[in-house]
Ligand binder design. Sequence first.
Ligand SMILES: [Zn+2]
Length: 452
Amino acid sequence: MRGIALVALLLLTSFSPALGNATAQPDIIEEYWYHSYLSLTQQVNQWEADYPDTVKLVTAGQTELGREQWVVQISNWANDTAPNGSAKTKIYIDGGHHGNEHLGTELAFLVAEYYIEESATGNEEALAVLETTEIHVMIMLNADGNDADNRWNNNAIDLNRNYDHMWTEEETRSGRGGPFSESETRNNADYMAEYMVDADLYVTMHTGVWILAYPWGWTGDMPADWELYTHMADEIHANISPDLPIRNANAGIYPTHGTSRDYGYGVMGYPTFTFETDDEQFLLGTTEKVSDRLGLELEVMRYLIRDAWFWRAHLEVESVEISGDEITLDVNNVAHASTANATLQWIDSAGEVGWNSSLFAVNASNSSHVILDSTNLTMDEGGYWNLYYQVRVVEVSRWVNETVDESLVSIIKVEDDGFLLGYGLFNPLSLIMALCAVAILKPELSEIEISE
Ligand SMILES: [Zn+2]
């Protein structure tokens, strides 16, 4: 029945006058008929023309047969930063590694379409996301395979075994002599390296077994950031669907090497997922509207995108108390990934790290009360306090520097007038305390108790 209905629909739409002069696929066709490279190319160019404040269109390079690997960059491009002045959160999405997995490509398309078209009609969620977030979507990575309706690229390579992470020739058609032998995968990795080094989410879209799969594929071991993935899975199960399987890929699908998901996590350090929609791979269209069919998947994506600020460690200092040879640091991690190797640093007036604390950890959604040995600490005029840490536990995750607000730093006990004066020269509060100390205290006192 499905097949007959589809043929009838195609006959109907083929003769629709809308086809002749439309520059992009009309909605009625888009809802039932999967994108070709041509119809996608028309649509993404139309988006850029219609929504110049929201959409930038770039190409990551060409496929083996010379088709463009379009990337739609979606944000509120009127502003370079989030409203609070911090860098925007970055999200990367791709679809269509496997050319016959059309619903995965369509899911990538639907996500891009949601933020572009909904923000244009004033949808508050879409507008709020685009204020703080850049979403980059390569909808159709393997246009050659897509238009031939087959899994491989034009060299009969499985592109999702061709990435340079645990690559092996043991995997079927994993590459011609090594990883990144194909232009499609090299272009994708180059795009990540150029635009997405700071990304806090990467989702790659496929079809097969219905699952949202996190790393790893190459081993059954849980990823270092298992707390983060478990949190996301719990939230999706509680708030969106208790039924969507969310597991590590090795257990949930089967062991794989050289995938873009493992590369994104293991080399680039992003939280990554493979989103596999259901397994109808063998038709070029669907008898149920794509937007209905992928409604739940879109809702999951909206959650992952809306909350992307939380997919890392975010440290917020409560207080720094300097007391003799000890520093007491109270710090909150207000996001959902742990950090394992943070340090408190004194950055001197020349901008160099003048002093480094020992390493400390702050678990996801937790606080740490840390006592640090500061025996060798010297602070010079014009310097400042800084937190230096990795935003996730996976060893390749990115490092951040975050200046500690001066008003949170207090000196409880000071042993040395010179140090106090030095510090006071650039901290108004300390300057007052220093002047009081010089005025009031007798020189034979070796320690001065000051509290705020
Ligand atoms: Zn696939």
